[in-house]
Design a protein around this ligand. Structure first.
Ligand code: PTJ
Length: 257
């Protein structure tokens, strides 16, 4: 067990340090893989550039994602180690709100980790978790990482898949299987962000509660209204707006120096 940090309440970066501690604890409990800690650091850097807040383009993508999940005939929520450590309760709430099953899907898959991720979701209230052990018996074609292992009742059969903090290869493989892919990724330039149908460029910590709220708000809407929301969304244009936001913010900060 590593040295644990006691975070002073008035520390300027207390919230960010608390999130890091959650991931470190997750790593000690096998939920998070070591590479997950590195991935978080990359995410933090982009969050700095964005301004550590949810900007309108991210909210726009969140609403489109909620509409896509509600319109789907078989939506599935893919859960990796970082997501299970950071937002287990919100994952369960989203799964109930849509409704859509939760499926464990790991890049660094081991028996211990799949059980640890499942247990984190169950501790947060999940009643059913797909993709654990022999249940992950189907394969995503042309994919060679452990992420190819999927549940025939879950991701394999899904029409819409939410894959937060995803790797580029699997997003492309899911697209080749004609799945509609929604991702949450702080890096608007990652292959996943660029390949997905809807990219929410926001911290998963902020994005998941927003997504649950959007699903709750839109659930009572007619399908035609949901279709309109989805059709008015253009991922390329939205990613471009994210980059323009970062560019303008950096210009402003540079001028203030
Ligand atoms: O739990 P496993 O075994 O499935 O492994 C999970 C990781 C995250 C290690 C694996 O999927 C991986 O290697 O992912 P990548 O390729 O590093 O991509 C992760 C993406 O998520 C990067 O583009 C990061 O910028 C982004 N990211 C990191 N933390 C956050 C984030 N996006 C949103 N919110 C975050 N908190």
């Amino acid at each position: 067990m590593g040295v644990r940090l006691k975070i002073p309440k008035n520390h300027v970066r207390a919230a960010s340090l608390r999130i890091r501690e959650r991931l470190v604890e997750g790593e000690e409990n096998n939920v998070v893989t070591k590479s997950g800690l590195i991935a978080h650091g990359r995410g933090e850097a982009f969050d700095y550039l964005i301004g550590e807040e949810t900007i309108p383009a991210a909210l726009f993508a969140t609403r489109a994602a909620a509409a896509a999940l509600l319109l789907a005939s078989h939506p599935v929520i893919s859960v990796n180690g970082n997501a299970a450590a950071l937002v287990p309760g919100e994952m369960v709430r989203l799964s109930e709100a849509v409704p859509a099953p939760l499926e464990v899907n790991l890049f660094y898959r081991s028996r211990e980790r799949e059980l640890a991720v499942r247990d984190a979701l169950v501790a947060a209230g999940a009643k059913r978790v797909l993709g654990v052990g022999r249940a992950a018996s189907a394969r995503i074609p042309e994919l060679f990482s452990e992420r190819r292992k999927v549940d025939p009742r879950g991701i394999y059969a899904a029409d819409v898949v939410l894959v937060p903090l995803e790797d580029g290869d699997r997003t492309m493989a899911l697209k080749k299987m004609n799945k509609f892919v929604i991702t949450i990724d702080l890096n608007p330039l990652s292959r996943t962000a660029q390949t997905a149908d809807i990219t929410i460029v926001d911290n998963i910590i902020r994005a998941l509660p927003n997504l649950v709220a959007a699903v709750d708000e839109l659930r009572s809407q007619e399908r035609s209204v949901l279709k309109e929301i989805l059709e008015s969304f253009d991922n390329r244009k939205n990613l471009s707006n994210m980059l323009i936001h970062i560019r303008d913010r950096l210009t402003r900060l540079a001028e203030e120096q």
